[in-house]
Unconditional design. Structure first.
Length: 504
């Protein structure tokens, strides 16, 4: 292996987007808004780099894959929204149709003599319809809304593995070309409603309920064909108690149940298993918060504390089910708070600070037993995900009015994300997910700046993102079954840009 550069700037990408919308008013109380959105992304190669060959602080990032790994995605979203004011009631109907496709190529090689590629396409089509009725008088003592939602989704996932592979019982690498296709259909029918009662001039109690039924069906297309199905009926209530002490101050308490939809694992070509249904998960979220406007609106404070209990149902032994299964370890808890403060420091200088803290951890130790022994999946107290406990963002924005129709704004932003000190299952030698050499993300700090010039219907902006060119190694992953070292990602390096907007 050499460190010669085969292609510079290999991870370049191109995005394209367009949106068209038109509102028609055939009568005073009726609005009809059709819209169409298009978006496309083309990534020439992965942004993963090899930590053994790279030097991120020096700006040296080398990808040692044996082949390029492009990714492209496109989508169309068409929608039609109709609103109408009826006698004491407002009607809203939204119909949408989504059509999109993603194509990925992954390097499946394990060495120079065993070159291979894995191809996967995900094609989705989805139709949704929502009808909503709301009480028209927002100041009434009793306010309400009621509605229904329907969605139908069809997903097709063909995948293919092509290359030269050395099996454990074959001294000579042999060619291989295998593939399959999984189709997954999902339908959902939901009904929802909410009632808000002003118990006094300052106290309001709200209660809401959402009830739904979801069904999944998955099939493979090549013999031997497999079928998997799952259906679930669920109920999620919500309660909010608020106290409006003054027009500038609000206190609230809330409790709500959340629902995570189940689904179907697709038939991973390189794995041993057919499509398999996985169960939904639920959580209860409890929150208390305050919103205050002080000094005549010059200072605004928003703050909340929360406690979330997540129940993911029974543990799923995904380690024996192929790489497309996600870790499902059981229950978890998340506690934290967020606080934002915005102040007009001078007539034209605005300051903003946002502080958030989240401590998410698993609450039970789970283990599995295989033929070769027992392994701990996660330990009680292990961190959930790779999220940063502390997040702090500070912004200063200064406006300059050059003339009546010409204004300039300068904005500087500093964003900090802390290191997570909790333990991780990747660090535990007793876990089947143990990765020698793995390490959690370090703390990172990103400085951004932007200058905007506005006049009439035009806007021009110049910006620099990651002005200090911070390059930490993030999401480090060891790959024990190949000859290469650890892989990692980093943030986008210092980026200069110019944008223009014309509104007409």
């Amino acid at each position: 292996m050499t460190v010669a550069t085969v292609e510079a700037n290999a991870n370049r990408y191109l995005t394209r987007s367009a949106r068209a919308s038109l509102t028609l008013a055939p009568m005073d109380a009726v609005r009809i808004t059709p819209s169409l959105t298009y978006q496309a992304l083309n990534v020439h190669d992965t942004s993963t780099f090899d930590t053994d060959l790279s030097d991120p602080p020096a700006g040296v990032l080398r990808n040692d894959s044996f082949r390029s790994q492009p990714f492209d995605n496109w989508l169309y979203l068409a929608s039609l929204k109709v609103t109408a004011g009826l006698a004491g009631t407002d009607l809203s109907a939204v119909t949408s149709y989504f059509d999109g496709e993603s194509n990925a190529t992954l390097d499946g090689s394990t060495g120079p003599a065993t070159l291979a590629a894995y191809y996967q396409t995900v094609r989705q089509r989805e139709f949704t319809q929502e009808l909503r009725l709301t009480s028209a008088d927002a100041e009434a003592r009793l306010a309400w809304l009621a509605g229904a939602f329907f969605s139908s989704n069809h997903t097709r996932i063909p995948d293919r593995y092509v290359g030269i592979v050395a099996y454990w019982n074959s001294p000579i690498p042999i060619p291989i070309d295998i593939g399959n296709e999984t189709t997954i259909d999902k339908t959902s029918l939901e009904g929802f409603g909410d009632v808000s009662l002003k118990m006094t001039t300052r106290v309001t109690l709200s209660a809401g309920l959402r009830v739904g039924h979801t069904r999944f069906d998955g099939d493979t297309q090549l013999p031997p064909a497999f079928h998997a199905a799952e259906a679930d009926t669920w109920t999620t209530p919500r309660f909010v108690l608020s106290y409006q002490g003054t027009p500038q101050g609000l206190l609230y308490l809330s409790a709500a149940k959340g629902y995570g939809s189940g689904g179907i694992y697709y038939a991973f070509t390189l794995g041993p298993d057919p499509p398999e249904a996985y169960t939904p998960d639920t959580l209860w979220s409890y929150e208390a918060g305050v919103k205050l406007d002080l000094d005549g609106g010059r200072v605004r404070l928003d703050g909340s504390i929360f406690h979330i209990l997540w129940n993911n149902g029974p543990q799923v032994d995904d380690y024996a089910h192929g790489e497309n299964r996600g870790l499902v370890p059981g229950s978890a808890v998340s506690n934290g708070f967020d606080l934002t403060a915005q102040a007009s420091l001078t007539e034209h200088l605005l300051g903003h600070v946002a502080v958030a803290y989240t401590d998410a951890r698993y609450t039970e130790t789970t283990a599995v037993t295989y033929w070769n022994g027992s392994f701990v999946t996660v330990r009680a107290g292990d961190a959930v995900g790779l999220g940063s406990p502390w997040s702090v963002t500070a912004t200063l924005e200064r406006a300059f009015f050059l003339r009546d129709d010409l204004a300039c704004t300068l904005r500087i932003e500093d964003a900090f994300h802390s290191h997570n000190p909790r333990s991780f299952y990747e660090e535990n030698p007793q876990s089947q997910y143990y990765q020698p050499g793995w390490r959690p993300d370090p703390s990172i700090n990103i400085l951004n700046a932007r200058a905007t010039l506005r006049w009439s219907h035009f806007e021009v902006a110049a910006f620099v993102n990651n002005a200090l060119n911070s390059q930490p190694s993030l999401a480090v992953t060891t790959v024990p079954y190949v000859i290469r070292g650890s892989w990692a990602h980093t943030v986008t390096p210092r980026t200069l840009g110019l944008s223009g907007t014309w509104r007409f």
